[in-house]
Design a protein around this ligand. Structure first.
Ligand SMILES: [Zn+2]
Length: 284
């Protein structure tokens, strides 16, 4: 009764203001966000998902960007969040393997954005002003980042929450997977809903990943993250800010990225995603 009475009141108010509304209305309404279609590129693989999980892998590509010279990084700090042109070996393959393993485990595909372009031309895990040096690289960079942004919005809209996993490779600890959340900042929506344990407890993403047989860092999950690998521009941009979802950077050591071990690694990550989704991504 209350709802329908309220609707009637709103309708009356709307009708009352109709003449003024018509005069005041702007000539063009903004396009609805549901129709958002990011630009596409032959150098970026994208996949729409059926789960509130988005996989990203910006550093595993091998392809040249036509007409674009390798970046030089002049004037940029080196390493960490600065200039680095090396590939995260086998992470393109790993991202696809994780996607396939999640689909097998849950019956549903995750969203996916994977670079086919080599990092020496474009670093999609950097803000645009330092991600590329040649304007001809911009459309490819934009295709990557706008696809990610569109998928984050789609997930938030459909599920009200979500998890972005940004997949990388590191050379610091070959037998470990290093967590990057800016020490919890990029998963603050998760911890607001479920408490700190959802980030640092045995049923956190990295706690579950350890339970699925991966050596994780930090090993004691509440301790500080590895300083230079604790979360780059992607997780900082899309995690726990205006996009309304959480984000975790996964830095895989070399042993997890060996060709013969990719499917095994992918199965462990998929089992973790399945457990995590049931605990934290279920209700709207
Ligand atoms: Zn990387």
């Amino acid at each position: 009764m209350f709802a329908s009475a309220r609707r009637l009141a709103l309708l009356a108010a709307a009708l009352g203001g109709l003449a003024a509304t018509v005069i005041a209305a702007p000539p063009l309404a903004p396009a609805p966000r549901t129709a958002e279609k990011p630009p596409t590129s032959d150098l970026v693989t994208t996949q729409e998902g059926k789960l509130p999980v988005i996989l990203s892998a910006p550093h595993g590509g091998t392809h040249d960007v036509p007409g674009v010279a390798p970046r030089k990084g002049d004037g940029l700090p080196v390493g960490g969040s600065g200039f680095f042109a090396g590939r995260d070996g086998n992470t393109e393959e790993l991202a696809h393997a994780v996607s396939a393993a999640i689909a097998k485990k849950t019956g549903k595909k995750p969203y996916l954005v994977v670079a086919k372009f080599h990092r020496k031309y474009i670093d999609a895990n950097r803000p645009p002003e330092i991600a590329y040096e040649d304007a001809r690289a911009k459309p490819t960079y934009d295709a990557y980042r706008q696809a990610l942004a569109a998928y984050c919005r789609a997930v938030k809209k459909e599920y009200g929450r979500g998890l972005l996993l940004d997949i990388h490779g590191q050379g610091a600890m070959k037998d470990a997977v290093i967590r990057g959340t800016k020490d919890g900042k990029t998963v603050s929506l998760l911890t607001q809903r479920y408490g700190e344990k959802a980030h640092t407890g045995p049923n956190s993403f990295f706690g579950l990943l350890a339970g699925n047989g991966c050596k994780v860092f930090p090993e004691r999950l509440a301790e500080k993250e590895y300083a230079s690998l604790n979360g780059g521009n992607i997780v900082q941009t899309y995690g726990s800010g205006e996009y309304g979802i959480d984000a975790i950077q996964l830095e895989f050591g070399g042993e997890y990225r060996e060709k013969a071990k990719l499917n095994d690694t992918a199965d462990r990550v998929a089992a973790t995603v399945d457990q995590f989704a049931k605990l934290y991504l279920n209700d709207k």
